[in-house]
Design a protein around this ligand. Structure first.
Ligand code: GLN
Length: 309
């Protein structure tokens, strides 16, 4: 039976922090996760943690019962439950994205997709006013990319699609939390299919599709493979099933000059480039690396009259 105690003394929490950190180090989990967890669930600020001044506070309110926090932290260590599923939050760009095991935890490298969209619009698309009109986030999951796009392109309407209704509920919550619900519309379905009514009208498409080859899945970290949704990871035998589909179908949805941006896995860039070239509708095909130097993103533009190559 888990107790319901929401208040703890600073001393109790300080003692728990020390124990939790030691236990983390012993199993190779970063002890800094304990401090982030305390910021989120106990409302402690970084200074109070660094100076350990909270130790002297008589009472600290937690967002969940202390006993439950302890159980969840033990699951972090024993079952490799990602810490973001404990707090229900993942910081991403300027947002605190609500997450649950129904959605992939948004990754730092995926933040670059938004910067790439902005830079590409400025470099090769400004005269086409690509920052206006309709943008799609296909396989939106938590809605992180959709929020990023809505923020980066204040004149655009964003359309987020996912096959998981549980994911869409989370995505909607995130749009609501940031007052973006009027500018981001969510749809249940597969890739472009629910957006049929806007065929040929999209200024851009961004996606972080599942791209891990099925046979590689078991080799992923336990945090990922045992807790994150496989639907968001499994890219079929080659890992490229979804990317290939997006290459083939997007030209009928994007307008001439429209942008196509995806995230992919290390080692896929050459194949993705070749598939884009072979499809025949794309121009200005570019591969970009993430901050770790891995070729991680592909960007292309739909050919069209007046589109500069
Ligand atoms: N980047 C994720 C990972 O390494 C995979 C995300 C995806 O398949 N789109 O676990």
């Amino acid at each position: 039976m888990v107790g319901k105690q929401l208040f703890v003394s600073g001393l109790q929490l300080w003692q728990w922090r020390n124990t939790a950190m030691q236990a983390a180090v012993a199993v190779g989990v970063s002890p800094s996760e304990v401090d982030w967890l305390l910021q989120e669930v106990a409302g402690l600020d970084r200074l109070a943690i660094r100076l350990q001044s909270f130790k002297d506070w008589s009472q600290i309110q937690l967002q969940l019962p202390f006993a439950e926090l302890k159980v969840l932290w033990q699951r972090r260590l024993d079952e490799r439950l990602p810490v973001q599923y404990i707090t229900g939050i993942a910081p991403w760009r300027k947002f605190n994205i609500v997450v649950s095991p129904a959605v992939l935890i948004p990754r730092p490298e995926t933040e670059c997709l938004i910067d790439l969209a902005v830079e590409t619009v400025q470099e090769i698309g400004e005269y086409l006013q690509l920052d206006w009109g309709h943008w799609a986030d296909l396989g939106t999951g938590s809605g992180a990319i959709a929020l990023g796009l809505a923020d980066a392109f204040p004149q655009a309407t964003i359309h987020g699609v996912d096959r998981s209704t549980d994911a869409l509920a989370i995505a909607q919550k995130n749009a609501d939390n940031y007052g973006l619900a009027e500018r981001i519309h969510f749809y249940h379905g597969s890739w472009w299919q629910p957006l049929d009514f806007l065929k040929g009208q999209f200024s851009g498409m961004v996606s972080n599709p599942p791209y891990i080859p099925s046979a590689t899945l078991p080799t992923l970290q336990a945090e990922v493979i045992q807790h994150e949704p496989h639907m968001a990871l499994d890219g079929g035998e080659s890992g490229l099933n979804c990317i290939h589909h997006l290459i083939n179908v997007s030209p009928t949805y994007l307008r001439p000059g429209g942008l196509w941006l995806i995230e992919m896995m290390a080692g896929q860039a050459d194949m993705v480039k070749k598939l884009l070239e072979t499809q025949g509708s794309y121009d200005n095909i570019q591969i970009y690396s993430d901050l770790a130097g891995i070729e991680r993103f592909a960007v292309a533009q739909i050919k069209g009259e007046g589109v500069k190559s």
